[in-house]
Design a protein around this ligand. Sequence first.
Ligand code: GAL
Length: 656
Amino acid sequence: MLILLVIGCVYAFVLNAQQNDFKFSEKNTWFETILAIKKSEKPGERPALEKKNHPDPYRVALWNFLRKNFNSEKDMLEMSWEERDNIWNFEDKGFSYQQLGRNYLAAFQTSCKERGVPADYRQHTFNNPEDIQKIRRQYITSRNKEYVILTPPVSDTPRINIPLLLGVRPNHPVLFKVPVTGRKPVGIKLLQVPKGCHYDEASGSLVGVVAQKGDYKFTIIAENALGKDSVTVILRVGDTISLTPPMGWSSWSCFGSDVTEKDIRQAADFIVKTGLINYGWSYINIDDCWMNRPSLNDPVFSIKDSLTTKFEAKEDLRKRLSRMRFNESELIGKVRDSAGNILSNKDFPDMKRLTDYIHSIGLKAGIYTSPGHVTCQNYIGSYGHELQDAIQFAKWGFDYLKYDWCGYSLLAADRSVANLKTPYQLMNNALKQVQRDIVYSICEYGWGDVWKWGAQVGGNLWRTTSDIRDTWASISEIGFSMHGKEAYAGPGRWNDPDQLVVGYVGWSKSPRPTYLSPNEQYTQMSLWALLSAPLFIGADLTRLDSFTVKLLSNAEVIAINQDTLGYQGSRMLAKEPVQVWKKKLSDGSFAIGIFNTGDDPVLYDLYFKEIGLQGNWSVRDVWRQKDIKTSGSLLKQRINRHGVLLLKLTPGQKII
Ligand code: GAL
């Protein structure tokens, strides 16, 4: 039995001495304390603090403990634990508490170093509550200074923010919201609407069906008492969809495995309430955990085909599940009906009703599954039911599918490209048979250089790395490592560096503010725009503050991402700590990002010819939506720590 006694400060615990590996006293560090808590649990026992339905009680106990004792809102310390995520590896490799402890300590120390916490803090970090307060003050205070809203107030005159190229397959439903800003009421008119389509006032969308392949040009006019805007758009009816990077929201980084239908509805409602809908954000994606978990007696484990017999998936899975030690009877449920149709769990009582609701406001709906027996969180996957699931997803009305490798590891002999392709090709064949456009998102963490073959197996986007976290290390590593992959991206096929970890995130029922500093958030949004990356907001949309709303609703930044050429920007210069990235745009201009990856601000001189731009250029600061005075061939600017200057360069000098 573990006895926890709080003596005057949050982590001076007295624990009885049944633990062999650690001596517990006031001097214990918090990670040792956590290990003791873990160790004291009997196999199969669920810790008191566990959140309902979570597969890993240890992880939950750790997180709850940390949140309670070391994290107030806006605190940054928890990340040291999440950053390396070593607990997962240990589950698979077997347990060594000492090793686990060493890893956590190493992760924590790296984290301190990265944030510039002085070394002696590292030694004394958790000796008393004042130390924690000191660290909080140091970070929160310096970070708060960075909270500068750059996006100017939205103009009252109308502006249409629809991508100028839309893709749909012949005879499949068309649904494209017309996003418009400006003081209401704004009247919207469409001219030369493609035959078979019309503008639906209720959802504010272009809807219908077009049978013939081809490019259909039409005009949208938005007008209010103060002015009007008009754009010409091409509806391309053909084999390729997702002609500009998909934009929307996903449940994973905020709610993790605690997601419910209510969260999804609220996400849709808040896309509207916050006005984000007027900037083109459109997919509302349910990630993992909308289905039930199978029991080990489930028929899926009796499928005997070349894969199962070869790799004894059931045995492997049994081991994996027994290590997770969750209470099976509470968490498993009926995964398919008698005809084999996949069922949603009790938190998602009616999928069709949900997608109808999402569509009624002009938004689109996304769903998630795995090619394996189970998903990453051990919910039922699509193995052996690929076509049936694709049909069900289409029937329910989903417009997007994330197909996440995860449980399929038990079925693949190795990570050869041929083996990596197999399950994705299979689902692609299934998706081709449904009468609905379903954007196909491949998630296998970049293995086998997926960018080289993702499009061959029908992918519209593919994750280039493992999961993103809301740390500078994570976003900078994932974002800047996109250099060299630009040749593989283009309309209908995008490299996916994962979600925007801004606002309130947390992979749980209790999202907390992102650990990214404001500058780092500007960096992520700017880099993702230059990379033509899919934009999926990972935040809890019900808790967006004005900083985050403005970060996500800068029409000029989004227009760079949604440019119809679909080029992925390239790194043109790397002069420590500065990197300069460039993206060619369809109007003959270039988007340029000057990133400061260092810990201090820099004054930087950019000679345009160094990045292949001869002659004179007019320069616009895209975040501030303001033209900048330059010599025409050189720009001198200060760039914040971990910050960015996002520019648009147009040929010819404009003297301001
Ligand atoms: C991971 C995936 C994440 C999320 C998670 C759900 O494999 O990379 O983005 O989908 O599974 O369990």
